[in-house]
Design a protein around this ligand. Structure first.
Ligand code: TUI
Length: 311
């Protein structure tokens, strides 16, 4: 299965691994890239030195292309941009903000830029600024969410721009990949599915929570403009309680501080923020990244062939 994304990025399969903060370390990114997808380190709010070490880990394992996700709410955004340019990281994805002011410098450095967007307006603006592709992320995704579903967003973005579009949010299987291609995407990004890669270094309790999750087990918490999809655990219920009593955004922010680390590193899946997408219900076991990629591609090919028989 080859799409424009594969030739543009020199990868074998049109599959990105989501650059999840505290979860997508160098080990996971290297495994995904080695297997022919695009592995992506999640910089999150980590300082540049920590991210530099993750980049080194990838380079010690594979020579294949990989990416770094730059989180635009990080206090270190400008330093992370300097780092990826200095390190000549092949691809960056961006999240939770508008990367417009950095695009010309990244392009001059020869870095491929794929911002995550959740609206058609931002997609068009960023295309004009010269991005290489866009990741259209629907609100089925885990973590920070937009307002539009993948099913509605992807065809709108694909119709509005000429650069390749990567579909994200709610995708964990070959059917999701096949559906995304039919919607006009050139590939997919999966986060939740790769949490359950053997090479993912997240706490084992986090993986178990993803595997256990059923269709209605995630909820949106936070405040308008800053909703995050998480497992409906004790912490999520505390958030809901505060929201009902009209807490302001600073109280909610205080409750959220450090909670993603608590879940991902310490394995506290009751009082931590266990970010996962609605596709968690589709994930039923831990597998090596390579097997995930091969299974997803094989299933997509199979269902596309089946679907073609309808004609
Ligand atoms: O970034 C994400 N998902 C994330 S980031 C994250 S880290 C975190 N840690 C603790 C608490 C909360 C978050 C967890 N999940 N997805 C990419 C994404 N970006 N989705 C939507 C957007 C987005 C939103 C607004 C992109 C651009 C944007 O622009 C607004 C503007 O400035 O125009």
């Amino acid at each position: 299965m080859k799409t424009t994304l594969c030739s543009l990025l020199d990868i074998e399969y049109p599959i990105f691994q989501g650059g999840m903060a505290w979860v997508a370390t160098g080990e996971l990114a290297a495994a995904v890239s080695s297997a022919g997808g695009l592995g992506i380190i999640g910089a999150g709010s980590a300082p540049p030195e920590v991210v530099r070490q993750e980049i080194q880990k990838v380079r010690n394992i594979t020579h294949k292309p990989f990416g770094v996700n730059v989180y635009y709410m990080s206090p270190f955004v400008d330093e992370i941009i300097d780092l990826v340019i200095r390190e000549r990281v092949p691809v960056i994805t961006t999240g939770a903000g508008n990367p417009g002011k950095h695009i010309s410098r990244l392009k001059e450095a020869g870095i491929k830029v794929f911002p995550v967007i959740a609206s058609v307006a931002l997609a068009k603006r960023l295309e004009r600024l010269g991005v290489d592709g866009l990741i259209a992320e629907g609100m089925e995704c885990g973590g920070h969410v937009g307002e539009i579903t993948t099913m509605a967003l992807v065809p709108q973005v694909a119709a509005a721009v000429n650069v390749p579009v990567v579909a994200a949010g709610g995708i964990a299987t070959g059917r999701g990949l096949a559906a995304s291609l039919v919607l006009g995407a050139a590939g997919v990004q999966m986060g939740t599915r790769f949490i359950c890669a053997s090479e993912c270094t997240v706490h084992e309790n986090y993986k178990k929570a993803v595997i256990k999750a059923r269709d209605r087990d995630t909820v949106l918490t936070g405040f308008p403009g800053h909703f995050a999809r998480v497992l409906n655990n004790k912490l999520a219920k505390k958030f809901k309680e505060l929201e009902i009593h009209g807490a302001d955004s600073s109280d909610l922010e205080k409750l959220g501080t450090g909670k993603l680390r608590a879940a991902a590193v310490e394995g506290d899946v009751e009082n931590g923020s266990v970010m996962m997408g609605q596709s968690a219900a589709l994930v039923d076991r831990v597998m090596p990244a390579e097997e995930i990629i091969l299974e997803v591609v094989r299933e997509a090919e199979e269902v596309l062939r089946e679907t073609n028989r309808l004609l």
